[in-house]
Design a protein around this ligand. Structure first.
Ligand SMILES: Cc1cc2nc3c(=O)[nH]c(=O)nc-3n(C[C@H](O)[C@H](O)[C@H](O)COP(=O)(O)OP(=O)(O)OC[C@H]3O[C@@H](n4cnc5c(N)ncnc54)[C@H](O)[C@@H]3O)c2cc1C
Length: 373
């Protein structure tokens, strides 16, 4: 953390920490206040007092799904810095595991795989904390955490009490949950303190639910493969797309996918070329069939290829401070000296270009703090 001017006040609040040092896009100005909470109790105490003072609060895990304003954050950031994974109960093949909110997610997944526990392996390599996974129902390679999550223990800022939210309470959707929908000024009503999963001892084999992964493993989709090998192949596939954090690889200096895949009435297909990927996504409340489109395909075929960047006058150029990843059109990346404004300019150009070309509006996946697209 070189170059920052940080001072610690009497309430354990540090001032002057640059958010760019705590986000995977490596952008964001200073936070007015910063509390590194080393336990769930410390986090709750800090949140209570910040809320009581009526000042802005931002909860931060690994900063991998948050885009911070260049101006910084005018309130206090509470960083959830408490870790741990424990087995709560084992009944037959079913193993109940609890993870602390600040626990590094991929380390926890690696631990479950090493224990021969099936259920989280397809979510290998996703950056960030365990506590943030229910916020947007983190998912990849045909899985998401709603498949194994049992409940979360959380601080309810509105009621001012500790609560347990069940899987049903969380009302998961695609990259969505009740927690994400409760976001008010970048901070949810419920702050997750720990997450419980039900995993399986299934002889170290795991089902494979994604065509590309199945192909890499040499099995058919729906078949099983050795658990360790599934994790290994997921990490390999992700690294090839710049989706595993690597300080040396600027294609990973991002928030991962910048846009969610649009879910729209199936009639949208009539306006798209026949080769546009569209997957069945259930029905809406009126019984109309829905399809999930590929945001990456829409972006690429609207003329924004890998590495697309903008110059100072917002004209497309090579070697820009910010660009789409050179490995994947869904990630907006910092090439070393980008600002949040640079990243947003790329995202805005892409969003508007896709809408002009296909009539489909893309929506951002990361939480934008103090800035708008
Ligand atoms: C290279 C890369 C690849 C990625 N790949 C994927 C992927 O495959 N699938 C996927 O779903 N996501 C992916 N992401 C996005 C991101 O990693 C996940 O959303 C992750 O769960 C965010 O965790 P975090 O701790 O970094 O969250 P943060 O960025 O710290 O926080 C995100 C939001 O959640 C809130 N929050 C954080 N912790 C808590 C808590 N304990 N309680 C309540 N609110 C909280 C924050 O206030 C903020 O609004 C990727 C990101 C990157 C950079």
């Amino acid at each position: 953390m070189s170059g920052r001017v940080a001072t610690t006040g009497s309430a354990g609040i540090t001032a002057g920490i640059r958010l760019a040092e705590y986000t995977t896009s490596r952008v964001g100005g200073p936070a007015a206040g910063w509390v590194a909470a080393g336990s769930a109790e410390k986090a709750t105490e800090a949140i209570r007092s910040i809320d009581a003072a009526g000042t802005p609060l931002l909860i931060l895990g690994g900063g991998s799904n948050t885009l911070m304003a260049d101006a910084g954050f005018p309130g206090t950031v509470v960083q959830l810095a408490f870790r741990g994974v424990e087995v709560l109960k084992e009944t037959g093949e079913s193993v109940h595991v609890r993870m602390a909110a600040g626990q590094d997610w991929d380390e926890a997944v690696a631990w479950t795989v090493a224990q021969g526990l099936t259920g989280l392996e397809a979510l290998s390599g996703i950056p960030g904390s365990a506590g943030a996974t229910p916020v947007q129902n983190v998912g990849a390679y045909g899985s998401d955490i709603s498949r194994t999550l049992v409940s979360v223990q959380a601080w309810d800022r509105q009621a001012g009490e500790l609560v347990e939210l069940s899987h049903e309470d969380l009302r998961f959707g695609y990259r969505d949950s009740v927690i994400k929908r409760s976001m008010l000024d970048s901070t949810p009503r419920w702050v997750v303190l720990s997450v419980d999963f039900r995993l399986h001892r299934s002889g170290s084999i795991a089902p494979v639910r994604f065509a590309q992964l199945a192909q890499a493993l040499g099995v058919d989709e729906g078949e099983s493969a050795p658990l360790e090998t599934v994790r290994h192949q997921v990490l390999r596939l992700r690294a090839g797309k710049g989706m595993v954090l690597d300080a040396q690889d600027q294609d990973t200096w991002s928030t991962g996918s910048f846009f969610t895949n649009p879910i729209l009435p199936a009639s949208v297909r009539a306006h798209l070329p026949g080769d546009a990927p569209a997957y069945g996504a259930g029905q809406d409340e009126d019984g109309e069939k829905l399809v999930k489109l590929s945001a990456a395909w829409l972006i690429d075929r609207a003329g924004f290829g890998k590495g697309f960047g903008l110059g100072p006058d917002e004209q497309a150029i090579a070697g820009a401070r910010a660009s789409l990843s050179t490995k994947h059109t869904l990630a907006v990346t910092n090439r070393g000296h980008a600002s949040t404004a640079d990243l947003l300019a790329i995202a805005r150009t892409v969003r508007d270009g896709v809408e002009a070309q296909w009539g489909v509006r893309l929506h951002p996946e990361p939480v934008l703090v103090g800035c708008v697209l």
